[in-house]
Design a protein around this ligand. Structure first.
Ligand SMILES: [Zn+2]
Length: 224
């Protein structure tokens, strides 16, 4: 190869790698529907055995979670849930020195279909995962030691005490294993807003059942 050919070759390689990296960056974004797809109130949604499948529901206002809060990624959450998560994480860090990272957040129907197929005993069926609502996170601490469970951390004890102040609830716990049919999941937290989170925590309620009862009462025109 003469000098000109070598130069052209390097320019081509540079250009190609730039295009590959910029297209990879461009794909890192959250879906942005003009309005939510599906008539679902994602904050108060409840699942029941017969109905309440999310189908193709897609929330509006999904935003990318910043890298500093991610265990792996990219991941998306609704803006409101993400803002609440960041406030909670800041308070946690101030109180315990530990901080949280997100291992899973919003999941599309397609991703859930994939999980249900590949990990049927761990994942909820398609349309039946709180993760599709865009309000739910699976978390761990940032500087986790090998083999350390989230439930054994200071962060978890702090969450049990304070998460409701930021609108988060542990959806599935030991006490309600039999009625929800879902095992204790210390890492899985859902944003439902401060009022409901505080009520569920103070009265030690089964979150999904409470949301279902609330929905039934509202349909009957009752205050709940
Ligand atoms: Zn989860």
């Amino acid at each position: 190869m003469n000098k000109i050919k070598i130069k052209t070759y390097f320019i081509f390689i540079l250009l190609a790698s730039f295009l590959i990296s910029s297209s990879a960056l461009a794909t890192v974004s959250c879906p942005k529907p003009a309005k939510s797809q599906g008539n679902v109130n994602h904050i108060f949604f409840s699942f029941s055995k017969k109905e309440s499948n999310l189908k193709t529901y897609l929330p509006q206002n999904l935003v990318l979670i910043d890298k500093e809060y991610l265990k792996n990624g990219p991941r998306c959450l609704t803006k409101q849930s993400y803002t609440a998560f960041v406030s909670m994480n800041n308070a946690l860090k101030e109180d315990t020195g530990q901080s949280l990272v997100v291992a899973s957040a919003w999941r599309s129907l397609r991703t859930q279909q994939y999980f249900a197929r590949t990990r049927p005993s761990f994942a909820a069926g398609p349309g039946r995962s709180e993760h599709q609502l865009g309000t739910t996170i699976d978390i761990h601490i940032k500087d986790v030691k090998e083999g350390e469970y989230f439930s054994d951390t200071f962060a978890y004890s702090w969450m049990i005490e304070h998460a409701q102040e930021y609108g988060f609830v542990q959806s599935f716990n030991l006490e309600y294993e039999d009625s929800t049919g879902i095992p204790n999941e210390p890492w899985h937290w859902r944003f439902v807003g401060k009022t409901i989170a505080t009520k569920v925590k103070n009265e030690n309620l089964n979150l999904n059942k409470y949301l279902q009862d609330r929905k039934d009462a509202k349909l009957k025109g009752l205050n709940y």
